[in-house]
Write a protein that binds this ligand. Structure first.
Ligand code: NAD
Ligand code: ZN
Length: 252
């Protein structure tokens, strides 16, 4: 009786189109803290001010109290600074071959999938280091936030700049959503959900839809989530060693 990892490796072997939906848990082993979960950055989900992090990192807070929002943009950037891809990012990148396309729809804003070499990454929540002006067309890439003023202003129109990320209560970027829709219309042979609490419908729907149509689904997360009951393979383990061992079985 082959174990789950062998079965997944066999399925991947014959897959031409693979989807990975990823969340903050994938970067946890790179030393980037998640928001929620056992190793979460916010104890009880609260900031130093005693506010829920979803409120502080929201579109309305950026408008009403940009200094507070920027305080946590700086914290986030610091938590990602100098971090490098781990075995999970590397294994997903290595699965791309001339005969197998791999789409990564990530909620992460740290660009570690791209650093690992994945070429088809859909950033559902944007990227923290792209700084944009909400009022004009100014944008600039900041590999680190070191040296930025506490409240960065647009050099063209003096509006308060912001990272090109999706804050709570904001819409997803239309271009990323369109790409994700097109990829889903083309279909997948296997769908993975890795390191996400799976609370948003746009990351649970592809799993639900694949499961309904009998397409193999895999969840890798030490903690249970809303999709744990749905998936064909539920791997309650950390992403790095799990994906590394699937990669080795596939190669061997
Ligand atoms: P989350 O922070 O809410 O939860 C992380 C999930 O990862 C939990 O379910 C946890 O059980 C799981 N996890 C923890 N360690 C793991 C491991 N080693 N292997 C596999 N799974 C592991 O994640 P989320 O819902 O993706 O985060 C909320 C939003 O905050 C994100 O969508 C993102 O925009 C932003 N965020 C991004 C980063 C990043 O870019 N690295 C980090 C923190 C938060
Ligand atoms: Zn501007």
């Amino acid at each position: 009786m082959p174990n789950q990892l062998d079965q997944i490796a066999t399925l991947l072997h014959s897959s031409r189109r693979v989807l990975f939906i990823t969340g903050a848990g994938v970067s946890a082993e790179s030393g980037v803290p998640t928001f929620r979960g056992a190793t979460g950055a916010f104890a009880n989900g609260l900031t130093e001010e005693g506010l829920p992090f979803e409120e502080v990192l929201s579109g309305p807070t950026f408008l009403s109290n940009p200094r507070l929002a920027w305080k946590y943009f700086f914290r986030l950037e610091l938590s990602m600074r100098g971090k490098v891809p781990n075995a999970a990012h590397r294994a997903m990148a290595a699965l791309e071959t001339p005969g197998r396309s791999v789409c990564i729809a990530t909620q992460n804003i740290d660009e570690l999938h791209q650093s690992a070499g994945s070429t088809n990454v859909i950033e559902l929540h944007g990227s923290l280091r792209r700084i944009i002006c909400p009022s004009c067309d100014y944008d600039v890439y900041h590999p680190t936030f070191a040296g930025l003023p506490e409240l960065p202003l647009c050099p063209q129109c003096h509006a308060i700049l912001r990272p090109d990320v999706v804050l709570y209560e904001e819409m997803l970027p239309p271009a990323a959503l369109r790409r994700f829709d097109q990829e889903q219309e083309a279909g997948f042979d296997i769908v993975f959900s890795v390191g996400t609490t799976s609370i948003f419908s746009y990351v649970t729907w592809p799993i639900e839809s694949a499961a309904r149509r009998g397409i193999p689904t895999v969840e890798i997360n030490p903690e249970r989530t809303s999709i744990s009951e749905l998936v064909r393979f539920r791997l309650a383990a950390p992403a790095g060693p799990t994906l590394q061992s699937i990669r080795e079985k596939l190669a061997g």
